[in-house]
Design a protein around this ligand. Structure first.
Ligand SMILES: Nc1ncnc2c1ncn2[C@@H]1O[C@H](COP(=O)(O)OP(=O)(O)OP(=O)(O)O)[C@@H](O)[C@H]1O
Ligand SMILES: [Mg+2]
Length: 489
């Protein structure tokens, strides 16, 4: 009796399993049909028209045997086609559907919203470089709410979220930028990193090489604690400026010891009297240049060089240890120096005279508000306390930087964590191994060959570091380069 009951239970269970299996198969077939007819017809709109025409012809021509059987065959062919299309679509969409399910459950866990209809829906993901990946969502959640759950998301996804951005044109589109591998701790400067005219390349960020465009960002601060790599950044920029044949003025109140490799090519100023003279001469040069612009009815160096007989060259003034320069005991001298720098930062952008200034601590007692306002490009190394980071970047991000030499936050077009190039001019320790720096007497054309043109640069750079470097076609959003144009897919 008991064994009969057990057999009955077993067969009941078996029947239930078969029932579930059959119903799943039926649901799956409907899914295929739905995907096939719905989505394939959406993709190939004439298909539904053909199908309706055939069906109607079949209904109305049942008495015409030949026509009716021809329609039946065609209907069957189209039906099979739809099933094939549906299967292909389901297979293609499987990874997206899986991701959607994963993120749906993940966002429920974070409690970002109580309304399930507002939960972010996964759209797509793609690598933006070998270091970072973009994951795009359609959602109705303000960006501020995303930032509140950033740390929780990092734990749940077990990744580092570099940034969260919202499309400027499609506010319902938000993307997480996640780290796929850490930035390298060391990238040695190489000729292949040369940028085009009017720009300097500084280092590698998550979305590629970071470029400082002198036309949009004329002056820069390089701040950071001792040993963070400020002088090295300046050296790398001096090398680029020399290779572009810009006029270079170097002021270093550490008596130029860190820049000795350049002493053969440029004069290094480290005494107040001479420095004041050179800065005053630059203020006069700015006025002269602006007068020349007025005569030719242009307002910047690029336009001037297009129409003038004798082109103007850019002048780059590098100042290391700005605090030392602006802190002489003689108060009158300090005021005159500050005035010169203030005037230059205010007026010299269009004139092609640029100030790139290294400073350990961007203290308001040293740098006046006006200088700070006019120097918008900020290269900021790690600070243990948050205050200098806030002064330089307007947020705490420099205080959370890893303790790596040459690692900086750069605020220019957005905010980026960057590993700056390490400039080692003497290569393997021999002068011959170094990159050729043109001396004023050398044939400049010869040295110029080392500099790729802007187009060459983008090709070469992208070929040599294809996965590292950013795609120039991608639009600028936040600090990163994203293409939100296909987010509507
Ligand atoms: N981009 C880099 N990659 C690797 N190492 C670097 C990099 N930049 C600097 N370093 C290392 O850090 C050391 C200190 O660099 P640097 O002299 O540029 O620092 P600093 O910020 O100018 O310091 P200080 O304020 O004392 O002058 C260098 O000798 C070099 O070994
Ligand atoms: Mg230094």
């Amino acid at each position: 009796m008991a064994s009969k009951k057990m057999t009955e239970t077993k067969s009941w269970k078996f029947g239930a399993v078969i029932g579930v299996l059959i119903s799943n198969i039926i649901i799956f077939c409907f899914k295929i049909l739905w995907a096939g007819t719905g989505k394939a017809c959406k993709k190939y709109k004439p298909l539904i028209g053909i199908y309706i025409v055939l069906f109607l012809s079949w209904v109305f021509s049942w008495h015409l045997f030949y026509l009716s059987s021809l329609c039946t065959i065609l209907i069957q062919i189209i039906f099979i086609l739809i099933i094939v299309m549906g299967s292909i679509i389901l297979i293609q969409e499987y990874p997206t559907e899986k991701k959607r399910k994963y993120f749906y459950e993940l966002f429920i866990q974070t409690g970002i919203t109580k309304d399930v209809k507002k939960l972010p829906m996964f759209l797509y993901e793609n690598d933006i470089s070998e270091y970072a990946r973009l994951i795009a969502f359609y959602n109705l959640i303000p960006i501020s709410e995303w930032f509140k759950i950033k740390e929780e998301l990092e734990i749940l996804m077990d990744v580092k979220i570099i940034d969260i951005i919202q499309s400027s044109t499609h506010k319902k589109n938000t993307a997480l930028i996640i780290e796929t591998q850490p930035l390298p701790n060391y990238i040695e400067w190489d000729k292949k990193y040369h940028s085009g005219l009017d720009t300097f390349n500084i280092g590698v960020a998550y979305d590629g090489i970071i470029e400082m465009d002198l036309q949009s960002h004329a002056h820069a601060f390089i701040a950071g604690e001792t040993g963070s790599g400020k002088t090295n950044v300046l050296k790398c920029l001096i090398n680029q400026a020399l290779c572009k044949h810009y006029e270079v003025i170097l002021i270093d109140f550490k008596r130029g010891v860190s820049f000795s490799e350049f002493s053969y090519y440029i004069k290094i100023y480290y005494e107040y009297k001479e420095t004041l003279e050179v800065l005053k001469s630059m203020v006069i040069e700015t006025s002269d240049r602006l007068d020349k612009f007025r005569e030719l009815k242009v307002d910047n160096i690029i336009d001037y060089n297009k129409v003038a007989d004798t082109p103007m060259n850019r002048i780059i003034i590098f100042i290391d240890e700005l605090a030392e320069l602006l802190k002489p005991r003689d108060k009158e001298l300090a005021r005159t120096l500050t005035d010169c720098i203030e005037t230059l930062t205010r007026l010299s952008r269009a004139a092609g005279i640029h100030l790139l200034m290294g400073i350990q601590r961007p203290d308001s007692t040293i740098i006046s508000g006006q200088i700070k306002n006019n120097v918008a490009y900020r290269i900021c190394g790690r600070f243990v306390d948050k205050e200098p980071s806030r002064i330089m970047l307007g947020n705490d991000s420099a205080s959370t930087l890893p303790n790596i030499k040459g690692r900086f936050m750069i605020k220019g077009n957005g905010l980026n964590e960057v590993q700056c190039f390490y400039f080692n001019s003497y290569g393997n320790g021999t002068k011959e191994a170094s990159e050729p720096i043109p001396s004023p007497s050398e044939n400049l054309d010869e040295a110029h060959e080392a500099i790729p043109s802007p187009s060459e640069k983008s090709n070469e750079a992208q070929e040599t570091n294809s996965s590292t470097l950013k795609n120039s076609d991608e639009a600028q959003e936040s600090g990163f380069n994203f293409n939100f144009s296909d987010i509507e897919k």
